[in-house]
Design a protein around this ligand. Structure first.
Ligand code: HEC
Ligand code: HEC
Ligand code: HEC
Ligand code: HEC
Length: 125
């Protein structure tokens, strides 16, 4: 009886740890939904982070997570621990931040002639 209780307790503890770890490791995000857009006009943009970067053969994290200091881009420095909107702040008008995202995402798709360009291909309902 004692042994059974002990086993049960360990199972519960392990499940809690597992849930905690999976809930907080969001490294493989499936879509981008920047909380800076408080009044959304479109559904979140689909973006299967790891799979996308593997398929598109993007090895350099700073292609998207670039880092700037005093308005100068710092080479070999990345900013994946920051939201885009931490630097590209929305000051009443959301358009500049929207343009930054579109320039980065659609810009490359146009250049590479691969990847979606239509609104509904990224902002999937
Ligand atoms: C094609 C663009 C792109 C590339 C390349 C890229 N990322 Fe990201 N990544 C994003 C976007 C967009 C987000 C979401 C940003 C946000 O939440 O503001 C993100 C989010 C993240 C996050 C945070 C996930 C979370 O839980 O919110 C981490 C960590 C991360 N990326 C790491 C990396 C690393 C490491 C690399 C290089 C191996 C990399 N990224 C390459 C676009 C990219
Ligand atoms: C550490 C601050 C910082 C972070 C984080 C950041 N940026 Fe930037 N970004 C800048 C600065 C500064 C510039 C240059 C001034 C400008 O164009 O606003 C810039 C320029 C840009 C440009 C235009 C020049 C270019 O490189 O093509 C795009 C597009 C862009 N950022 C998109 C993004 C996206 C998308 C993210 C999130 C994945 C992001 N930025 C995260 C600071 C940052
Ligand atoms: C440096 C180039 C580059 C950047 C930056 C980039 N993409 Fe892509 N993307 C590609 C390429 C290349 C493909 C086609 C990959 C293939 O052929 O499978 C693609 C494909 C996609 C697809 C189709 C499904 C998939 O995952 O392959 C989606 C959705 C997508 N991109 C969204 C985004 C979003 C959202 C961003 C900005 C956060 C972004 N992309 C930034 C190059 C890029
Ligand atoms: C390559 C993918 C891609 C395409 C194509 C694209 N977007 Fe986006 N869009 C994004 C990403 C990434 C963001 C920033 C993440 C988010 O949605 O919060 C964004 C943000 C937005 C936002 C701000 C958030 C909101 O819902 O209010 C609007 C508005 C928007 N896009 C409209 C459009 C329209 C209109 C088109 C077609 C003309 C379009 N997008 C095409 C990827 C894309």
């Amino acid at each position: 009886m004692r042994k059974k209780t002990w086993v049960l307790c360990s199972v519960i503890v392990l499940s809690i740890i597992f849930l905690f770890v999976t809930a907080y490791s969001q490294d493989n995000i499936k879509y981008v939904q920047d909380p800076a857009f408080t009044k959304r006009m479109r559904p979140a943009a689909v973006f299967n982070h790891d799979e996308h970067n593997e398929n598109a053969s993007i090895d350099d994290c700073s292609t998207c997570h670039h880092f700037y200091k005093d308005k100068v881009k710092v080479e070999n420095e990345t900013s994946e621990d920051m939201k885009c909107s931490e630097c590209h702040k929305i000051d009443k008008d959301p358009v500049p931040l929207i343009n930054k995202y579109h320039l980065r995402c659609k810009g490359c798709h146009e250049q590479e002639k691969a990847g979606p360009l239509m609104c509904s291909e990224c902002h999937v309902k």
